[in-house]
Design a binder for this molecule. Structure first.
Ligand SMILES: [Zn+2]
Length: 236
């Protein structure tokens, strides 16, 4: 890794967990300790605040959590998700360029909106929005990787040349976040076999994989083909 480049671009002012609203580390430990039902490790999270969040696809309930590093993760729920029946679910990692700026270099924004629309159609489901930008390497490093791709590298080799794994994401916070809203059984919207395996390792039951549409354009063709060829994504 280049010197001075943090893995995550955490702001210096990110609140330490001891300084959070609830301010009681025993709450964090209690939240973390409740979801360890599988073989995978879980990461402690602290539920901090919830509110109604009306969107173009219907009104969700938004729950915000701090993890141990001070990152803020979001869980959106719609409908009665805690009734024990399988829940339509999307585990989405932050992509500022795709989600917010409508970049065509990837398909993240299209996948996010497709997942929210699908949940809205069923009026029931959950979406986890995880703050691990750029498959876990942070925004600055993602832009560095994009530059390497402009010079000919593919998305995997660009990450490797910067000293990172091809996919540095960690899903350990998902178990406690879903446990908070009593969700255990998932109909998981994903094309990524590694994400299916990660949820199962956390002790969650994936009863169905719901395929996501691959939204192709002239700028993301190589990216999507690389994800299919080198990362095993199931693109249809
Ligand atoms: Zn993206």
């Amino acid at each position: 890794m280049p010197p001075g480049i943090p893995v995550h671009g955490k702001p210096a002012s990110a609140p330490r967990r001891e300084e959070t609203v609830l301010g009681d580390s025993s709450v964090i430990e209690a939240a973390a300790g409740t979801a360890q039902s599988g073989g995978g490790k879980t990461q402690e999270v602290l539920p901090v605040a919830s509110c109604a969040l009306p969107t173009a696809w219907g009104t969700f309930t938004s729950h915000v959590f701090f993890d141990a590093a001070g990152l803020e993760h979001v869980l959106l729920t719609m409908g009665a998700v805690g009734d024990g029946k399988p829940v339509l679910a999307r585990i989405h990692s932050e992509c500022l360029t795709g989600d917010a700026l409508s970049s065509l270099r990837c398909d993240c924004g299209a996948q996010l909106r497709s997942a929210l629309a699908r949940i809205g159609e069923e009026a029931r489901g959950v979406l986890l929005y995880l703050r691990q930008e750029g498959r876990g390497i942070g925004l600055c490093n993602k832009i560095r990787a994009y530059h390497l791709q402009d010079c000919g590298a593919d998305t995997v080799d660009a990450n490797l040349r910067l000293g990172f794994d091809a996919d540095a994401r960690d899903y350990a916070m998902c178990g406690p976040m879903l446990h908070h809203v009593r969700v255990q059984r998932l109909r998981l919207m994903t094309n990524n076999p590694a994400k299916l395996a990660a949820m199962r390792e956390l002790g969650l039951e994936v009863v169905e994989r719901v395929a996501m549409p691959a939204v192709r354009n002239p700028y993301n063709e190589t990216y999507l083909d690389t994800k299919a060829r080198r990362m095993g994504h199931l693109l249809e």
